[in-house]
Design a protein around this ligand. Structure first.
Ligand code: ZN
Length: 313
């Protein structure tokens, strides 16, 4: 039996939001803009540019309005931002962002720790967000966080995840992400849950969002592709994490994921070299080493001149 690899995948850069929100150092507006413009110029089709949440909750994102107003748009690129309530949707619209993402935790305890609300309370608030967004020609996407495990509750049953997905689709959402907020997913679990999600919600465009906390992120991406999912989030240089989830570390690095796709002959439409240069720049800006295999070791292609030099010598 041959494996069913996709011909191409859709890549979403979440570094400007998920990556930067956990950095102690706040990047300047100009640098955030350079980052967003850089990834769009490298061919990334979807960029999560920041979040419109309360500045006290996430001070790193306090200037998202200015960032959103000022960055140069590239035709055909989708720019989206994370929001938590109606105020966030209004801020997004006022800054020219026409796609927002709502996150619902599959775990009660995580939702409480993260936003101090129960999932049911959050859903109530989401109704007005979706109504306002749709009335203003905006698109809404959803994410199910702690889909593969919660630091407070452990594994969440697949029934509970599907129930959370049903609540989101009831709101009228047709694009959802299964998010491994704290890096607890394993490939077998991803394959099973992704397969179930696709068969129970065939109308939904599914995304997968992995953190490499325990080194399983690329294996999880692979398992997701085998289950038929073709949309993946990642963060440049492997920045990121959830400030409210104890011990959570970076997203899978964009350059690691894109390099793997290149090596597998799976099209992404993204220029890997440009992304590596940006990742290196970003690492310099945050001022500390990050979890990126490609920044450490270079690409497979980098080895070719080395081999040639060795032969000559
Ligand atoms: Zn994340």
């Amino acid at each position: 039996m041959s494996m069913q690899w996709p011909e191409k995948v859709v890549f979403c850069e979440v570094g400007p939001r998920d990556g930067l929100q956990n950095e102690p150092e706040v990047l300047s507006v100009d640098r955030k803009i350079a980052l967003i413009e850089g990834v769009a110029e490298a061919g990334v089709p979807i960029v999560e540019i920041g979040s419109f949440v309360h500045p006290r909750a996430v001070p790193q994102m306090a200037d998202t309005d200015e960032v959103a107003r000022r960055f140069r748009r590239v035709e055909g690129v989708e720019y989206r931002a994370l929001v938590a309530n109606l105020k966030g949707v209004e801020r997004a619209l006022a800054s020219g962002i026409t796609k927002v993402k709502l996150t619902l935790s599959a775990s009660e305890s995580h939702a409480k720790a993260n936003l101090n609300k129960t999932p049911a309370e959050l859903l109530e608030g989401f109704k007005e967000c979706v109504a306002f967004a749709h009335a203003n020609g905006m698109e809404v996407s959803g994410a199910i966080s702690t889909a593969f495990g919660c630091p407070f509750e452990g594994k969440i049953s697949s029934g509970k995840i599907m129930e959370t997905a049903a609540r989101m689709t009831d709101l009228g959402l047709t694009e959802l992400s299964l998010s491994d907020t704290t890096g607890m997913a394993n490939p077998r679990q991803v394959y099973d849950l992704a397969s179930m999600a696709r068969s129970e919600f065939p109308e939904v465009s599914w995304f997968l969002h992995f953190h490499n906390t325990r080194g399983m992120a690329l294996a999880n991406v692979t398992a997701g592709m085998l289950a038929g999912i073709i949309r993946f989030d990642a963060s440049l240089a492997g920045l990121g994490g959830c400030p409210f989830a104890p011990g959570a570390s970076g997203n899978v690095a964009s350059e690691d994921l894109l390099h793997m796709m290149d090596e597998m002959g799976i099209e992404t439409g993204v220029d890997l070299k440009k992304m590596i240069a940006l990742a290196r720049q970003l690492q310099e800006w945050v001022g500390h080493p990050t979890d990126s295999s490609i920044l450490r070791a270079g690409t497979n292609a980098d080895l070719v001149p080395l081999t040639a030099a060795r032969k000559q010598g």
